[in-house]
Design a protein around this ligand. Structure first.
Ligand code: BDR
Ligand code: CA
Length: 313
């Protein structure tokens, strides 16, 4: 397998943290060119700090971490402390990392990396609101061919959203950015909550990770245990949905997912449906397919992959 050159755009966030760790634990397959952060689960000053904290914990203080957009393109920001805690990493001991934040803005880093790359060279992995990507693409059509694909966590269809009955968090927070990204005409892989809601870690998984590796595995195992705001009614008393690590699992083993090539359009106006991902499974709109939409995920294997990789750190 050729090493995939990736930029990881994220809003850590408990599950984003696991995605970062899983990527850094997979150097044979993934070359992490940079971690770009955006406001989402918690404000930007915390997402960028958390990204650095996780890189450092994983033994990779050399990774370049950038801060990007502080708020969505048009709407007021929405955060999710009720899920991720006030720090964004509830359950972990949070300290100030020693590794620096890069001076350059995340959006400039994305643009410059694409500008200096070959066609089809860079994979963008997005596990937060899509604001940074949309700002990087705005008015820069010449950089788009450099993108090999965009693998993102976001969207909901089959069973509705997790923020409103229509919308999933990452799309809901910045539907205008999502609209721009879904219209960019580069290959998209959409790992949505229809599937990630079923990739549930249990306390038994947390204990295995706790005992499987060195300090990174021990500390990160706390993120496999429910936080205060866990949705007990949905996932049971002990399940933690591993939304964001599924993007990395797809990069490592796409065969763990069943996908369908469909048109996905973003609702940017509806009072009740803002941020909905409208998925044309039957091809009835005549709109061009623009995304591989995840329909099924091999949950047990994905969790094993996560434990196996993070235990290597
Ligand atoms: C997504 O929203 C965030 O809270 C998680 O980090 C994940 O990216 C799930 O809807
Ligand atoms: Ca996230």
């Amino acid at each position: 397998m050729t090493r995939q050159r990736i930029i990881l755009d994220c809003d850590p966030g408990r599950d984003d943290a696991l995605a970062i760790a899983m990527a850094l634990a997979s150097p044979d397959e993934l070359d992490v060119l940079g971690v770009t952060t955006v406001a989402g689960n918690v404000p930007l000053d915390l997402t960028q700090r958390n990204a650095r904290l996780i890189c450092e914990l994983c033994g990779h203080p050399e990774v370049k971490v950038f801060a990007g957009a502080e708020s969505p393109l048009k709407l007021a920001g929405v955060t999710a402390e009720h899920v991720h805690g006030g720090s964004g990493l509830e359950g972990m001991e949070v300290r100030q990392p020693a590794m620096p934040l890069q001076d350059r803005n995340a959006i400039d880093f994305i643009v410059e990396t694409l500008e200096t790359s070959a066609d089809d060279e860079i994979t963008l992995v997005a596990t937060g609101p899509l604001t940074n990507l949309a700002l990087a693409f705005a008015g820069r059509p010449e950089i788009l061919p450099k993108i090999r694909r965009i693998v993102l966590m976001g969207g909901a269809c089959r069973e509705g959203g997790n923020v409103t009955p229509s919308a999933e968090f990452n799309i809901h927070v910045d539907p205008d950015a999502a609209h721009a990204v879904f219209a960019c005409r580069r290959p998209l892989v959409v790992i949505n909550i229809d599937v990630t809601n079923r990739v549930l870690a249990t306390p038994a998984h947390a204990d295995r990770l706790l005992n499987a590796g060195a300090r990174p595995a021990r500390e990160l195992s706390r993120l496999l245990k429910p936080a205060g705001g866990a949705r007990v009614e949905e996932f049971g008393p002990s399940g933690v949905a591993l939304h964001d690590p599924c993007t990395i699992a797809w990069l490592l083993k796409p065969g763990l997912f069943e996908t369908k090539l469909v048109n996905v359009s973003i609702e940017t106006k509806g009072d009740l449906t803002l941020g909905a991902t409208v998925v044309d499974f039957r091809g009835i709109t005549g709109r061009q397919p623009n995304a591989l939409w995840a329909c099924e995920a091999a949950s047990a294997e994905i969790i094993e992959l996560l434990i196996d990789r993070i235990a290597r750190l």
